[in-house]
Ligand binder design. Structure first.
Ligand code: HEM
Length: 301
């Protein structure tokens, strides 16, 4: 209970910091808002591509030839195909859910994770719609996607900050991660042998260090693009960073969804109940040390 309140206090203070940040952003936008949304983006694109000095040329080349869009479309097609092949050839890992259960994700972590999961899902879908907007003829549908994108960014921010705080220590690199990377966490084999990993394995740590600092950088560049109060080249750099980092995060996000929904059968339960089967912990997190109070004994019928 004490750690729950500690986490709440830490995160609520982060939350207030963010609300102040959000209020400032809203203020910045109303100050710069032009007459209509289309005039606003017309002005933004005009400014970004108008001046060919410095980053204008590179941006116009990448954006003008729709390279950002093609790479995004490539990512959301190739990655699911690779995982569909993995599921068909190697298959999911199955563990006994009838035995003892180990507490892995306390209530607060699950609440925060749910907010992040919902926000990122909305950000990914609306981000892809914005990038492919002209296929949908732009207009009110894409404008709605932009508003949802901004709203989801604001809701994602406190969740990302809380995740940074509550999992920071467990996500720090460890020697066993090197061995995990060499065997790709045992996911290319059907055998169930103990895998060198503590609470989080190297793959989960890669996702964390991509989604959390990367997520904060996406928020910062998104703020510059949205408020476009910054200098011209900063807006151009922000747009390019937002696109390229967006590609990396979407690729990792799809991987995270595959690993947590398909690769380990029943893994989604751990984010609903907070508990993982003891067998799964002993195999996939064989170096994880847990307290006796974390064990929920098996129900004997
Ligand atoms: C629809 C989207 C998502 C689903 C279904 C999902 C599901 C899950 C599940 C089931 C776990 C427990 C995995 C395990 O330990 O075996 C998990 C862990 C985790 N999730 Fe998510 N998640 C989603 C989105 C996100 C997002 C957007 C973030 C970050 C911003 C995130 C960050 C994490 C982290 C850091 C962990 C712990 C380490 C890991 O398993 O990767 N998740 N998620």
């Amino acid at each position: 209970m004490q750690s729950f309140f500690k986490q709440v206090v830490l995160s609520v203070s982060a939350l207030f910091g963010l609300l102040a940040f959000g209020a400032m952003s809203a203020g910045a936008v109303t100050a710069t808002q032009t007459s209509s949304v289309s005039a606003y983006f017309g002005e933004l694109i005009g400014i970004i591509t108008g001046d060919w000095q410095k980053y204008g040329g590179l941006f116009t080349y990448l954006q003008g030839n729709e390279y950002f869009m093609y790479v995004f479309l490539g990512i959301i097609t190739i990655i699911p195909v690779i995982f569909a092949l993995h599921l068909a050839i190697v298959g999911a890992k199955h563990f006994d859910h009838g035995g003892n259960q180990i507490l892995f994700f306390p209530l607060f972590a699950r609440i925060i994770h749910f907010i992040a999961a919902a926000s990122f899902s909305a950000l990914t879908i609306t981000g892809l719609l914005i990038v492919t907007g002209h296929f949908f003829g732009g207009g009110p549908f894409i404008r709605l996607a932009r508003y949802i994108h901004i709203f989801a960014a604001i809701t994602a921010t406190p969740a990302v900050l809380c995740m940074l705080i509550i999992w920071f220590k467990d996500m720090l690199p460890a020697l066993c991660d090197i061995k995990w990377i060499f065997i790709l966490g045992g996911y290319l084999s059907k055998k169930k042998v103990p895998i060198p990993a503590k609470k989080f394995n190297a793959g989960q740590k890669m996702w964390y260090w991509c989604a959390i600092p990367g997520g904060l950088l996406m928020l910062a560049t998104g703020y510059i693009i949205w408020g476009f109060g910054a200098q011209l080249d900063y807006v151009r750099i922000a747009v390019m960073v937002h696109n390229v980092l967006g590609m990396i995060i979407v690729a990792f996000f799809l991987t995270h969804c595959y690993m947590s929904i398909f690769a380990i059968a029943g893994s989604l339960e751990s984010m609903k109940t907070g508990y993982k089967p003891e067998e799964e912990v002993h195999i996939l997190h064989s170096l994880h040390k847990y307290k006796p109070s974390d064990i929920k004994p098996a129900k004997h019928h």
